[in-house]
Design a protein around this ligand. Structure first.
Ligand SMILES: [Zn+2]
Length: 190
C-alpha cells in the first residue's frame, strides 16, 4: 500500500524518524526504495535540498535515520544517549557544513548547508534537525504513540496524551476491547 505521509509537518527530526512504523512489534520500512524516499521528500514541508539518491546513498540515509530513532527513543525513555549515534549525527553535520543562521524575525533561525547540495547537504540538515530537537530541555514534548500499527513519535499537546492522532486512539481502544473480550472468553472456558 502506498504511504500517504499524512502525518508529516512536525519537527523535521520527528518527520525523519517517522519514516518507519511498528506493526505487531516489527518495524515496517517506509523508505525502502528510492521512489518511496522521493515521495517522502516531496511530501515533507521543510525546505530540503533536491537530491537524487542511489540505492547506496539511500542506505546511508536510512542508517542516519536509525541513529535518529535510537537517539529519540533514548531521550524519550530518559536513558543515556548512545554515544556512537551522537558521533554519527555530529559527523554528518560537519561533513554537510551545516550552519544555523538568524531568521528574518526575532525568535527564528534557519539551517543552511555550506556544501554544494546533494547527499551531504541533505544528511547534514537532517542531522542538525536531530540536534535541534534533542538539545531542547523539554524535547518539544516528544512521545512514542503506543497504538497498534503505529509506534511513531509525536508532539504531546497534553501531558498525558498517549496517541498521536484520534485514529490511533480509536484503534487502541478497539484493540483493548478485543483483548478484554478474549480474556473474558478464556475465563468462561475454565
Ligand atoms: Zn499513532
Amino acid at each position: 500500500m502506498k504511504t500517504t505521509w499524512a502525518w508529516l509537518g512536525d519537527h523535521l527530526a520527528v518527520d525523519f524518524a517517522n519514516t518507519i512504523k511498528v506493526v505487531d512489534n516489527s518495524t515496517i520500512e517506509l523508505i525502502g526504495s528510492v521512489e518511496e524516499f522521493h515521495d517522502w521528500h516531496e511530501a515533507e514541508p521543510a525546505d530540503l535540498p533536491t537530491v537524487v539518491l542511489t540505492s547506496e546513498s539511500l542506505r546511508d540515509l536510512r542508517n542516519l535515520r536509525d541513529c535518529a530513532l535510537r537517539l529519540l527513543h533514548a531521550a524519550c525513555d530518559d536513558r543515556t544517549l548512545p554515544q556512537a549515534d551522537v558521533a554519527t549525527i555530529n559527523e554528518a553535520i560537519e561533513i554537510g557544513g551545516t550552519l544555523r543562521l538568524l531568521g528574518s524575525a526575532a525568535g527564528t533561525s534557519r539551517l543552511q548547508s555550506a556544501s554544494e547540495g546533494g547527499f551531504d547537504a541533505l544528511a547534514g540538515l537532517l542531522a542538525a534537525a536531530v540536534v535541534d530537537l534533542l538539545a531542547r530541555e523539554d524535547l518539544a514534548n516528544i512521545a512514542v504513540c503506543s497504538a497498534p500499527s503505529c509506534g511513531q513519535f509525536f508532539h504531546r499537546a497534553r501531558p498525558n496524551q498517549m496517541w498521536c492522532s484520534p485514529g490511533c486512539g480509536n484503534r487502541a481502544r478497539v484493540d483493548r476491547h478485543r483483548h478484554r473480550r478474549m480474556d473474558a472468553t478464556g475465563m468462561a472456558r475454565r
